[in-house]
Design a protein around this ligand. Structure first.
Ligand SMILES: [Zn+2]
Length: 69
């Protein structure tokens, strides 16, 4: 996946915004399953955004579940 070049500099400066779950429905012979992956949403000051690695230190973690102990 290619992103547009940054309009503010030579490359995007990604800032973590929040954690999101990215997923899709997968149809198999045994039924339909949702496959969801936790990702981080990142944004550059130029307005571009992308999905990146999940941020375990994200403040949204409490709403996701008992991952931290
Ligand atoms: Zn940018």
């Amino acid at each position: 996946m290619k992103t547009k070049p940054c309009t503010l500099g030579t490359r995007h400066k990604w800032t973590w915004i929040k954690n999101v779950s990215v997923g899709s429905l997968v149809h198999t012979s045994s039924g339909t399953h949702g496959q969801f992956t936790l990702k981080g949403l990142y944004r550059c000051q130029c307005g571009s955004s992308k999905h990146g690695p999940f941020n375990p230190n994200g403040s949204d973690l409490r709403s996701i579940g008992a991952a931290a102990c």
